[in-house]
Design a protein around this ligand. Structure first.
Ligand SMILES: Cc1cc2nc3c(=O)[nH]c(=O)nc-3n(C[C@H](O)[C@H](O)[C@H](O)COP(=O)(O)OP(=O)(O)OC[C@H]3O[C@@H](n4cnc5c(N)ncnc54)[C@H](O)[C@@H]3O)c2cc1C
Length: 376
């Protein structure tokens, strides 16, 4: 028997995961995704899946396909200096039964989550959004972009960092803060030495390599980028990327000189940070994922946290019939964990921009990854 019907606004990593978890808890679930199809809702290159992401994916039945298609690493990271010499390892942590790290492409992850959401019976509507949400106390009336109205027991805002659902929950308007860094990303063949995350520490930013399949990896560079509005054209990006990597020797010099070609497809994304104050709900509307905690990519935890949100939210509404109690319980279990990821990711970014700041990047990374082993 159905426990109720739920609208999830946003069919990204968090929305799809939440939909699967709620369907598995016997809710009827409809997902509204603004973009016209699955492919156009995917941006970026690859996704780092730390050990806690693997546990959360397992909880929604999506672990095996991620492992099949991805690259499982035996440790978190290896760190090199600007010339390419080995500094030390960052071992990371493993939850019993899960690897310390798996890497996948974003398209693969979206396909896995989308297929699972459909398989368990969620309704996924592309090119769909809402124009208004009215919480009537007993239920929620949602006006859709085709002017029809539908009624749900509750609404989940999983509509990302610029969430519109958020305006129905929080008293104040919340905007993500640009941290002065933008990330270059590009796929490349997985060289044998990219068998875990390989970080190469520059004087103005961090270069890194992430395995995302047996033969595939991506390079990233967190660049100092004071004005986010300055955007090179796609044709200019390879040259700008190479210039940013000019100081590096070793692995990064090789990638810069041999792999970043004038016609390479490069993604440049501004890095933004946001943590919403608690509570993350109002009445029958609740927020998850980047809508309440958007993290910069320094710890590879953004997607992991969004998936965990979905798992915990489904557990909370199953445990407490009273939605207010359920949502308060959900926020309580999530807030400190997500805030730590947002704060430490941001501090890593600040230190990458100014390495005179007293901060032990490797120790802090290791500390946070170890703390993610704790049950959610
Ligand atoms: C450069 C970069 C690299 C990253 N690398 C990693 C990584 O390696 N590992 C990791 O774990 N995380 C990473 N992240 C973070 C990760 O991508 C996000 O934390 C994660 O995607 C959040 O999922 P979400 O579902 O909350 O939001 P999103 O993925 O943003 O999904 C929101 C969805 O809602 C839809 N939507 C928006 N508005 C509406 C609306 N009004 N109506 C209907 N639909 C709407 C959007 O089209 C989108 O599909 C990275 C982020 C950045 C910027």
């Amino acid at each position: 028997m159905s426990r109720g019907n739920v609208l999830v606004v946003g069919g990204g990593i968090g929305g799809l995961s939440t939909a699967i978890a709620l369907r598995n808890a016997d809710y009827e679930v409809t997902i509204l995704e603004l973009r016209p199809d699955m492919d156009s809702s995917i941006f970026g290159v690859g996704i780092i899946q730390p050990t806690n992401a693997l546990r959360a994916l397992d909880a929604i039945g999506c672990l095996e396909p991620c492992l099949e298609i991805g690259y499982e690493a035996k440790q978190w990271a290896r760190k090199l200096d600007v010339d390419g010499n080995l500094m030390h390892d960052i071992p990371g942590a493993r939850i019993e039964g899960y690897a310390p790290l798996n890497g996948v492409t974003r398209p693969a992850l979206h396909t896995i989550l989308t297929n699972k959401a459909l398989e368990v019976g969620a309704v996924l509507r592309y090119g769909a959004t809402f124009t208004d949400i009215v919480d009537n106390g007993e239920n929620v009336t949602v006006t859709l972009n085709d002017d029809t109205t539908e009624t749900y027991d509750f609404v989940v805002g999983a509509d990302g960092v610029r969430s519109k659902v958020r305006t129905y929950v929080l008293a104040e308007e919340l905007r993500p803060q640009y941290i002065g860094q933008s990330a270059f990303r590009m796929n490349l063949p997985r060289l044998p030495e990219i068998d875990c995350i390989v970080l190469q520490e520059g004087t103005k930013g961090m270069a890194g390599y992430v395995p995302i399949g047996p033969d595939l990896a991506y390079v990233f560079y967190n660049a100092a980028w004071p004005d986010r509005n300055i955007r090179p054209t796609p044709e200019e990006l390879p040259q700008v990327f190479r210039e940013h990597l000019a100081e590096f020797g070793g692995l990064t010099a090789r990638i810069r000189d041999e792999y970043i070609k004038d016609d390479s497809e490069i993604v440049l994304r501004p890095e933004e940070s946001l943590i919403s104050p608690a509570p993350w709900h109002k009445g029958r509307i609740v927020l998850i994922g980047d809508a309440v905690h958007s993290v910069t990519p320094h710890l590879g935890q953004g997607a992991a946290q969004a998936i965990e949100d979905g798992v915990v939210l489904a557990e909370a509404v199953t445990k407490y019939r009273d939605l207010d109690e359920a949502f308060a319980h959900y926020t309580e279990r999530r807030y400190e964990r997500c805030k730590m990821i947002v704060d430490v990711s941001r501090r890593i970014g600040e230190w990458e921009l100014d390495q005179s700041i007293e901060f032990d990047h490797s120790a802090e990374t290791q500390r946070v990854i170890e703390s993610m082993v704790a049950p959610i």
